[in-house]
Ligand binder design. Structure first.
Ligand SMILES: Cc1cc2nc3c(=O)[nH]c(=O)nc-3n(C[C@H](O)[C@H](O)[C@H](O)COP(=O)(O)OP(=O)(O)OC[C@H]3O[C@@H](n4cnc5c(N)ncnc54)[C@H](O)[C@@H]3O)c2cc1C
Length: 383
């Protein structure tokens, strides 16, 4: 059915078709970064859809951005290499000063500056973000940063990073969300001058690193929003992130259902296509239904976001439902392909690994359930 997102979807599909699955397999094998793909996506304006026109972007909404990410993933690509370029800038857009917006947003829209790194998670505190231990101490015109981060993705392919650090000790503030500050870090200037970056060998090609800060100096002019209010600056970007990642999961899910259906129709065993067996057909049909349902929640959440309505519950539910549905669809796609599912040339095992991430990052399913239990249903706070 044609709708207002059809044109954007078709354009993204056409672009992605130039980078086939062999391209992504090669990236995965070599731990490469898809520089040409990201450059093309940027040139076509797809990574700048959320940047207002006055700053050189397309000024579209999260619905359009979600359609872009869904189609990227449906094509067999891994959107995790570049999705953050779309939404990390939201913190600067909503909380940055006029000077910061003018200095950064047009260059992010053109791709001259890559702001696709987000430094929040720490090894000892994990999900308990407000307990993070990285500190930033004001000294004249600079803040001096010390501490450690983990799983910070794409930093080696980013010019800028948003960093969350504690500027007032936790025992000196009344609420634990106070006393945290968000900074823009010039990664290239910082590396070797107080910032050490160490790649983490991991299950997927997500370019994640450990960061070590040893007296890194950040100009005070790089604070985003007010000192001590950085948690809100980061939090405000999270609904868009959750909706876009949920859209990626819908794309992954559709990819798996397409692949499983095609294989079930063509693979002949016992003299008939395996899809003739209901034991093969029904799980694929169920995966399709699950993805359709998740998709409704994703675009519902995106519509609320674009209308300026509260969408915390919907964005969280979309992320949970879509990440679980894509994982189940991946599992069924693996099962449908039998032994060939394990052959890298079929591409399924790579997508299966990639989509698994989204039940854990950027927020794990338990934390979403806890949000729904407490904030939507009014049950007691558990932590
Ligand atoms: C590939 C990858 C890329 C990432 N990229 C980034 C990035 O770019 N920037 C960044 O800042 N972070 C990034 N992360 C980190 C990610 O956001 C965290 O891994 C995630 O939020 C979970 O935190 P944790 O790993 O510390 O798990 P933990 O907080 O240690 O939790 C472990 C498990 O226990 C559960 N749990 C913990 N507390 C509770 C509770 N009270 N009730 C119920 N269950 C609980 C969690 O749900 C989880 O399943 C990335 C992670 C990965 C794996």
């Amino acid at each position: 059915m044609k709708d207002d997102l059809t044109d954007i979807r078709e354009s993204v599909r056409a672009l992605c078709a130039r980078f086939g699955e062999e391209y992504w397999l090669e990236m995965d094998r070599t731990l490469g970064y898809p520089t040409e793909f990201v450059a093309e996506l940027t040139r076509a304006g797809f990574l700048g859809v959320l940047i207002p026109e006055e700053y050189g972007g397309s000024g579209l909404g999260v619905r359009e951005a979600a359609a872009v990410m869904e189609e990227v993933c449906r094509s067999g690509a891994h959107a995790g290499v570049c999705h953050a370029q779309m939404y990390v800038m939201g913190s600067v857009l909503r909380h940055g000063s006029d000077e910061q917006k003018k200095a950064y947003l047009p260059k992010i829209a053109s791709g001259e500056l890559r702001l696709q790194s987000f430094g929040v998670t720490e090894p000892t505190t994990g999900t308990d973000t407000t307990s993070l231990k990285t500190t930033a101490r004001r000294e004249g015109d600079v803040y001096v940063v010390n501490g450690q981060k983990v799983w910070i993705s794409r930093i080696q392919h980013s010019d800028l990073m948003l960093l969350l650090a504690r500027t007032t000790p936790r025992d000196a503030v009344t609420r634990k969300t106070q006393g945290l500050t968000t900074f823009i870090v010039d990664v290239k200037a910082a590396e070797g001058n107080g910032l050490e970056i160490r790649p983490i060998e991991s299950m997927i090609n997500h370019h994640s690193c450990e960061l070590f800060f040893d007296d890194l100096e950040i100009p005070a002019a790089n604070v985003v929003g007010n000192e001590g209010e950085g948690f809100r600056v980061i939090l405000d970007g999270m609904n868009a992130e959750r909706i876009l990642i949920a859209a990626e999961c819908v794309g992954d899910g559709r990819y798996f259902v397409d692949k499983a259906t095609g294989y079930a129709n063509e693979r002949v065993v016992f003299n008939r296509p395996i899809g003739e067996n209901q034991g093969v057909q029904f799980p694929i049909a169920r995966a399709y239904a699950d993805i359709e349902a998740a998709s409704l929640m994703v675009y519902h959440a995106a519509g609320l976001f674009d209308a300026g309505s509260d969408c915390g519950a919907e964005a969280n539910m979309a992320k949970m439902l879509a990440s679980e549905a894509s994982w189940r669809a991946g599992d069924i796609c693996m099962q449908t392909h039998g032994g060939f599912a394990f052959a890298k040339e079929y591409h399924i095992e790579r997508k299966f690994r990639e989509t698994r991430l989204y039940q854990i990052a950027p927020i794990s399913t338990n934390l979403i359930l806890s949000y729904i239990g407490e904030h939507v249903l009014g049950m007691p706070r558990s932590f």
